[in-house]
Write a protein of this length. Structure first.
Length: 429
């Protein structure tokens, strides 16, 4: 009898311990959000740098004491710059990892596929770096944001710059996806509608071909254009530039897309060739504490300055999500994509106190939000202020390459996007 009583008591004790342990370990002890980056495929050179930028933002959040005392953790998945892979990666983030928000989504085609196939129907907030103007008109129920300047801004700045250089007849070659088409057509519309220029040829191409000689010949009008615009990912751009050189058209000024602002391409083609670029465009960065913390912090953490485009929008996207989570006043087990969506604009717009992506800035923001006060996050690209489409009006940077191969910023411009009514019908609401 005594043994039975002892056994029963021991059983009760173990049951209590098990229940306590399960309850304790089952409770989330950190906020987890997702990132989508191209760790493989044609845009792999961008993937690790983009993820590192997001990690840097999370580092500052956690250095500030975390969100309501909980760390922010990123779960990254590879899109391979391919729509099906990107959708599968997003499903794993949502269904397996249970994230309420995702940042990143390099490649507009991938971003739209993820939004329409996963994040919108499952009510997950998605802050992309995709630039296609088509992203703005996705029926998203408010769950789709972007922190990068879109193609209507980028094309406006690029088209203006080409005209300012005195060119009258240009050719364009562009990657045949929503990103390439948006940038190509907004550049063409700016050049023709605002500057009375002529786009002699606008030639799409498919990713991953062994040769682009035919497309290059058409875009360059067999060497008869004043200038050319090349909108291509690094791997394809390397092939194209080799064929421009082989055709003997290196004396024709060329203008580059954001994807060619990478040291890898300079190393592959040589400074002598790449310094022949007139200029290129990419996401701009205004002077601010957020910009300084992004540059200085990245160099401290990773031993180099931020090396690639699209990094700052990931940094700003993770920062915006973190502040929206804090504003929701929900714990790690409670916060939803809808909670984050509903607070994204209020933490990135006036009239709140301006805060920046530094440890001190996040600490101040969290303090204000705890007190029920408003904050206005200023990112690396400037004020966020998401508009009715979820777009942030970002600065656009003009850059070039010096004779020694170094990438040099010419200036940052904040231009109004080219109006949609000057674009083809598919870009209009």
């Amino acid at each position: 009898m005594k043994n039975k009583s002892l056994t029963f008591a021991l059983g009760i004790f173990l049951a209590v311990v098990f229940t306590f342990t399960f309850t304790f370990t089952g409770a989330a002890e950190e906020y987890v959000i997702g990132t989508l980056t191209p760790m493989s495929g044609p845009s792999a050179p961008f993937g690790e740098a983009m993820y590192n930028a997001g990690e840097l933002a999370a580092h500052y959040v956690n250095e500030a004491g975390g969100i309501h005392g909980y760390d922010l953790v990123l779960e990254n998945r590879d899109t391979a710059t391919e729509e099906t892979t990107g959708v599968d990666a997003a499903r794993r983030l949502v269904d397996v990892d249970g994230v309420p928000a995702i940042a990143g989504g390099y490649s507009s085609g991938v971003a739209m596929a993820v939004a329409e196939g996963v994040t919108i129907p499952q009510e997950v907030t998605f802050v992309t770096v995709g630039t296609s103007p088509m992203i703005s008109i996705v029926d998203d129920n408010g769950y789709f944001f972007r922190t990068s300047g879109h193609g209507l801004q980028n094309g406006r700045v690029l088209g203006d710059a080409i005209a300012e250089d005195g060119h009258e007849e240009i050719g364009i070659i562009y990657v045949n996806n929503p990103y390439g088409e948006g940038l190509a057509k907004s550049t063409a519309a700016t050049f023709e509608e605002y500057h009375d220029g002529e786009v002699v040829a606008s030639v799409p191409f498919e990713i991953g071909q062994a040769s682009y000689a035919s497309e290059i010949a058409r875009a360059y009008d067999d060497g008869n254009v004043d200038a050319a615009v090349i909108i291509a990912y690094p791997e394809d751009a390397e092939v194209m530039h080799g064929e421009v050189h082989a055709a003997g058209w290196t004396d024709i000024p060329w203008y580059g897309s954001p994807d060619q602002r990478v040291p890898d391409l300079v190393e592959a083609l040589g400074a002598d060739y790449m310094s022949g670029i007139a200029l290129g465009t990419t996401q701009g960065r205004w002077d601010s504490p957020s910009r300084d913390s992004f540059y200085d912090g990245y160099e401290e953490q990773y031993g180099e300055e931020p090396p690639r485009p699209y990094m700052a929008p990931v940094f700003d996207g993770v920062s915006s999500i973190a502040l929206a989570i804090a504003a929701s006043d929900k714990g790690p087990d409670e916060v939803t994509g809808t909670d984050i969506r509903d607070h994204m604009r209020e933490v990135t717009s006036p009239p709140g106190e301006e805060v920046h992506a530094t440890a001190e800035g996040f600490a101040r923001a969290f303090e204000l939000l705890e007190e029920g006060e408003d904050v206005n996050f200023i990112g690396v690209g400037g004020a966020i202020e998401f508009d009715e489409y979820g777009d942030a009006l970002s600065a656009i940077q003009l850059w070039t390459i010096d004779d020694d191969g170094s990438i040099v910023t010419i200036e940052n411009r904040m231009e109004e996007p080219i109006p949609r009514d000057l674009m083809p019908p598919e870009f209009q609401e």
